[in-house]
Design a protein around this ligand. Sequence first.
Ligand code: PRX
Length: 633
Amino acid sequence: MSNKIQSLSGYIHEYQKSVNEPEKFWARIAESFHWQKPWDNVLSWDKEGPHVKWFENAKLNITENIFERHLFTHGDKAAIIWEPNDPSEANRIISYRELFELTCQFSNAMQAQGVQKGDRVIIYMPMIPEAAVAMLACARIGAVHSVVFAGFSSSALADRIIDCEAKMVLTSDGNFRGAKNIPVKAVVDEALEKTSTVERVIVCKRTDAEVTMTPDRDFWWHDVIKEESAIHAAESLDAEDLLFILYTSGSTGKPKGVVHSTAGYLVYTQYSFENVFQYNQNDVYWCTADIGWITGHSYIIYGPLLSGATTLMFEGVPTYPHPGRFWEIVDKYRVNQFYTSPTAIRALQAKGLEPIAPFKLDSLKVIGSVGEPINEEAWHWYHDHIGKGNCPLVDTWWQTETGGIMISPLAGITPNKPAHASLPLPGIQPIIVDAEGNELKGNNVEGNLCIKFPWPSMLRTTYGDHKRFKETYFSAYPGMYFTGDGAKRDHDGYIRILGRVDDVINVSGHRMGTAEVENAINEHPRVVEAAVVGFPHDIKGQGIYAYVICDEEGITQEVLIDEIKNTVRKIIGPIAKPDEIQVVSGLPKTRSGKIMRRILRKVASKDISNLGDTSTLLNPEIIDEIIRGAQVS
Ligand code: PRX
């Protein structure tokens, strides 16, 4: 039974039902899945905890809903189309039946290697089908996966292993990404020098790079599966058992482990996938994200596979070996739904129309955007030149924490409005509040975006630290989930996301905490103090601008700046490397010692016309120096 909304009036009707009787609404949606035991209670919501439970006491396994539920009807259908980094290498098309067998076989292998229900498994892998198999096998045996984007450094990887006390790491010998051949296993080896919980490392061969295999700890993927059968009975999981942990940056401290549980995530990712993209059974769907991010989890793997969809997985990058690579793939597989980031669009837009010219793109029915605000210029370019003016563009707003798309047009149903995430999905109750938490009702209002009622795929906690969960998401506006984003409801009631209002920067759709980058910069022995802010960047949306106070004796600024950039690359990864570093003799501070970031943000944005009230500064004279330095840097 499909839960697909067919029309605007259908959407309005469903939305009303979801708000008036949420439990009845979600129970109806959930009925179409396979439950080993039904739930006793659809929702329990303790605002104080806060604790949320969906489909309480139900038993299920998410992979049974992907495989067993579909095998009779479409076992031979392509589940994953895999396109390699290098177009001259053979692709792989894996049917639901084959994916099922690979998953079962690897489930057996992981269990044979000692992984049990509840154990945490780190996945640090390239975009190859085995990465999907790894996630699904964890889900099948009830292990909790934590995928770490394979561009993160060894020290970022070690932090995550330590935080979740992982027992196993799944990785590869190396990664192909564009012209690069990245030695991934070596990064894992370095990380494991700092950790103590990992008992086994399973290495999938991809690049044939020379790797060091530590005896009794490291095993080849192809060896561990060799003797294993392709049958594995799914573990029975509780609705609220952990499905995965995904680390993400916030405004303070180290990245936190966002926890998603099984049943609610299953129901919501499938429902939102089917409705936002209006997927039809013979369509080919492609999301260009990496499985290291939530978009890869929810809309390459779980949402599409739960819907019995054909999901395309691309190993490479948009511009390799040529800037028409995305469009070549769209034509090659006759992709119907295409989902990417504004950064990718802007980068390709900058290459002009020539790379698109050889391709028809006539299979596309829906195009989508995710991860950061899409500016109107990029929206129109995408809509006109990729969607050829006749594909609905879904600008989908959501977060690692929300698990699934929260505010978005439904393709072809919600009228398109450039750069507007538009309307909430059924079951989602967003509100805009002022600084005091008062709801700003009606249209033409702007403020902070909160969600006032639980939804099935919301995060349940931050791993190992429930207090942090409460403080981060439920303390600014008690009883409500605070998103960290600003938003505007326009005169038609359509929502436009304005971007983060906290100390989080969104660089190419990747979340970076300013504190996290500052801490990495501070690791350089010559740095005395650092302050990091975001600034508008033509391609990346936001760039990273760092002001640093340093001991400059006997070193040129050029060398120092290079060294600091490398320190950040080593501690977090290349995505966190500052675009600009300005050496300063002081930072603007209030009398209570707080850095006045507002001023730093303005200077970094080269917008110094109105710096606002600076009378509370302890050292107002520093502003002139900073402005002078910024203009010459
Ligand atoms: O600021 C919002 C921005 O990305 C943040 C969430 O980042 P992350 O957890 O990494 O998840 C990204 C993929 C879902 C949000 O707080 N963001 C995400 N989508 C949009 C967006 N900003 C504007 N428009 C969007 N469509």
